[in-house]
Design a protein around this ligand. Structure first.
Ligand code: F6P
Length: 367
């Protein structure tokens, strides 16, 4: 795009929030205004606000002081997929309709030259389709789940890992005082990155992840063995998407308005109940939940988010659309959004984290 000039850029945050979103918004806005003299339009509540036409111009003062603040000043939603848009009537009946044309209309009406979409795989799928409809889109990879392909890391993951690791540390002291089995359920959807990273950092005795379906017997054996060796407590770190070899993922609720209708959760309770029934050991369960998504981003996430934001606006100014910024080694690069959504980034079974955990005697419930 040789004669392209960036004058008006939109920005939105889509899907579940996570620490670092404000750091990206700040970097995009400051760099768009300062480096390119462009106007920045903040679209409210993700694609939901885009369909409904809710936006405002971002001024410098709105993005001052937000680097360390969790959440997103723009608001977000995981129910606003324009291609699968839920309309609720007065009786509460939900109809799913395609409202993508409204997004295209608003984009043109607001005079946008580009849109920076910050989100996870749901947001990137929507972004790719809108790009194919002619919108100038650039993606920024966010999610605590770290499950987006084509990037080494999404921002938000490190902050979630920090919270989950600290929680395991805290469970350790109370577990050892009471000689209990402590089960902690962490988020991550269909990928085990949070459970693996926090379980390894927190020294969990058993880590259960979706990529390695587990055997109940193997868990009981590990807990009993520890007891026999005089270790009177155990820590079990379970990913919400983990499942036994002979069973399914535990789904807490279904909501067709969500980008992913399934709301996972409940495997921790099941694991705790089964351990206590089989081994007779006193067991307690902690579901960490949204604590993993709240609060201040870590220094690592602030820096990654800032680098992503600055790179995204450079891409926009260069007219390179349909691309997502990504981390490759130490470098910030860009990849086609298509590549990022081609597959989910699951934990490879031979990755260094799994090998190291096994080396120090951690069980994955598969032996
Ligand atoms: O994708 C981020 C995430 O926190 C997942 O780990 C979790 O399964 C899901 O979002 C929870 O969604 P909600 O906030 O809608 O309950």
């Amino acid at each position: 795009m040789a004669d392209f000039q960036l004058k008006r850029v939109g920005i939105l945050t889509g899907g579940g929030d996570c620490p670092g979103l404000n750091a990206v918004i700040r970097a995009v806005a400051k760099s768009a205004m300062g480096k390119y003299n462009a106007t920045v339009i903040g679209i409210e509540d993700g694609f939901e606000g885009f369909v409904e036409g809710r936006m405002h111009e971002i001024q410098n003062k709105e993005v001052s002081g937000i680097l360390s603040v969790g959440g997103t000043i723009l608001g977000t939603s995981n129910k606003g997929d324009p291609f699968h848009y839920p309309i609720e009537d007065l009786e509460g009946n939900i109809q799913i309709v395609d409202e993508s044309a409204r997004v295209v209309r608003n984009y043109r009406h607001w005079g946008l030259d580009a849109l920076i979409a910050i989100g996870g795989d749901g947001t990137m799928h929507i972004s790719q389709k809108l790009f194919e409809m002619g919108l100038n889109i650039i993606g920024v990879p966010k999610t605590i789940d770290n499950d987006l392909a084509a990037t080494d890391l999404t921002f938000g993951y490190d902050s979630a890992l920090f919270v989950a690791t600290e929680a395991i540390d805290r469970l350790h002291t109370t577990a050892s005082s009471h000689h209990r089995v402590m089960v902690i359920e962490v988020m991550g959807r269909y990928a085990g990155w949070i459970a693996l990273g926090a379980g390894l950092a927190g020294g969990a005795d058993i880590i259960l992840i979706p990529e390695i379906p587990f055997k109940w017997e193997s868990i009981y054996k590990k807990v009993r063995e520890r007891s026999l060796h005089g270790k009177r407590f155990s820590i079990v770190c379970v990913a919400e998407g983990a499942r036994p070899e002979d069973g399914d993922i535990v789904v807490k609720a279904h909501d067709i308005r969500r980008t992913d209708a399934k709301q996972l959760g409940g495997i921790g309770e099941l694991v705790g109940k089964k351990i206590s029934e089989d081994t007779g050991l006193e067991t307690r369960v902690t579901v960490l939940g949204h604590l993993q998504r709240g609060g201040s981003p870590t220094a690592f996430d602030r820096n990654l988010a800032t680098k992503y934001g600055a790179a995204a606006i450079d891409l926009a100014a260069e007219g390179k659309f349909g691309r997502m910024v990504a981390l490759r080694g130490q470098q910030i690069i860009s990849v086609p959004i298509k590549e990022a959504i081609a597959q989910q980034r699951l934990v490879p079974l031979d990755c260094p984290e799994i090998r190291a955990a096994r080396a120090v005697g951690t069980s994955f419930g598969d032996d």
